[in-house]
Design a protein around this ligand. Structure first.
Ligand SMILES: NC(=O)c1ccc[n+]([C@@H]2O[C@H](COP(=O)([O-])OP(=O)(O)OC[C@H]3O[C@@H](n4cnc5c(N)ncnc54)[C@H](O)[C@@H]3O)[C@@H](O)[C@H]2O)c1
Length: 318
């Protein structure tokens, strides 16, 4: 299959690309290599594919309709994995406009071109953030998600709605995935698993927002990639899938796990909870297991061992 992966130079996109190339698919990557975090890391992510004849890279923005149209015209794409986005919660409060532009307009461009070019299946990256501060756990895909508490979450919910509209009007097959805090080797340097490891390793202060009892459903990258590939392979009309681990980890336990693996004590300082932060995330995986055969296997202790082993080898890059 020939597959367009947007955001293919990013953390998740490059791991999905790797998996698709390994199984013999042809991957067309679109990425703008922005500086949300160091573009050098994104360059390294794609450098591993540069000699693969089944990999093509187009540098440009998904907000540029004409650029994207040229890619569709030239490449004969069959399916789309749309992972490109502005992907941080707190920065979206500071600059909501760029989130709206990339996440909403960029996604609309891709849905529209997918309709025009007869794309067979479209995997749309939403986020567990759409659940906001929902008090009902675990979060199920059928729960109402009408109260996003950050611009990031609101844009992700908007893309889910646009995906539904394109399915309804044009029968575009769309599988929405809602990842839950993804971590692992090559993980995003702005996210807590990376930051916590770096700060403890360097003996710097770890800012803990809240009393440490907040809980996250952490998903190891390999498990997430399996779920995304299953969403790409299964044509189901329009469906939404949680991709999490389904067990939650308390912030204090997470910090203790990193301390144990690094063999160093954290210097923790408590701060009030931040606007836009949610208290708990926890995925109900019943539907993903049933329709996608999704079966996450990596527990936090093993996943962080693997992340920290990678971090020790690569920390000079950050
Ligand atoms: N990492 C997580 O825990 C997590 C959780 C939930 C949802 N998601 C979603 O998964 C997707 C991938 O996230 P990630 O963690 O790999 O983030 P990432 O920032 O590593 O990757 C996103 C990539 O998209 C590219 N991009 C951004 N704007 C673009 C534009 N306008 N045009 C072209 N390329 C652009 C970036 O350069 C980057 O390489 C995103 O849609 C994100 O919202 C991630």
């Amino acid at each position: 299959m020939k597959i367009l992966v947007t955001g293919g130079a990013g953390f998740i996109g490059s791991n999905v690309t790797k998996k698709l190339l390994e199984r013999g698919d042809i991957v067309v990557c679109v990425d703008e290599f922005n500086d949300y975090y160091s573009p050098k890391i994104k360059e390294l992510n794609v450098a591993q594919f540069e000699n693969d004849p089944n990999f093509t890279l187009h540098r440009g923005s998904i907000t540029d309709f004409d650029f994207l149209k040229t890619v569709f015209e030239k490449e004969g794409i069959q399916r789309v994995v749309h992972a490109a986005a502005r992907a941080g919660v707190r920065p979206s409060i500071e600059n909501p406009f760029i989130y709206e532009d990339t996440n909403v307009k960029g996604t609309l461009n891709l849905l529209h071109l997918s309709k025009e070019f007869g794309i067979e299946n479209f995997v749309l990256f939403s986020s567990s953030s759409v659940y906001g501060n929902s008090s009902k756990v675990p979060f199920s895909e059928s729960d109402p998600v009408d109260n996003p508490i950050s611009p990031y979450a609101a844009t992700k919910k908007a893309t889910e709605l646009l995906g539904y509209t394109y399915h309804h009007l044009y029968k575009l097959n769309v599988n929405v995935v809602r990842p839950f805090t993804v971590y692992g080797p090559g993980g995003r340097p702005d996210m807590f698993p990376f930051l916590c490891t770096k700060l403890i390793d360097e003996g710097a202060e770890v800012k803990r927002f809240g009393d440490g009892s907040t809980q996250r459903d952490y998903t190891f990258i390999d498990d997430l990639v399996d779920g995304v590939v299953a969403a790409l392979d299964n044509i189901l009309g329009y469906e939404i899938f949680n991709l999490g681990n389904s067990s939650t980890v308390e912030l204090n336990y997470f910090i203790a796990t990193v301390e144990k693996i690094l063999g160093k004590k954290a210097c923790v300082k408590e701060f009030p909870m931040q606007p836009g932060d949610v208290r708990i995330t926890n995925a109900d995986l019943t539907k993903s297991r049933k329709l996608l055969g999704y079966d996450p296997k990596v527990k936090i202790e093993e996943g962080m061992e693997r992340f920290i082993a990678w971090y020790q080898e690569n920390k000079q890059l950050y």
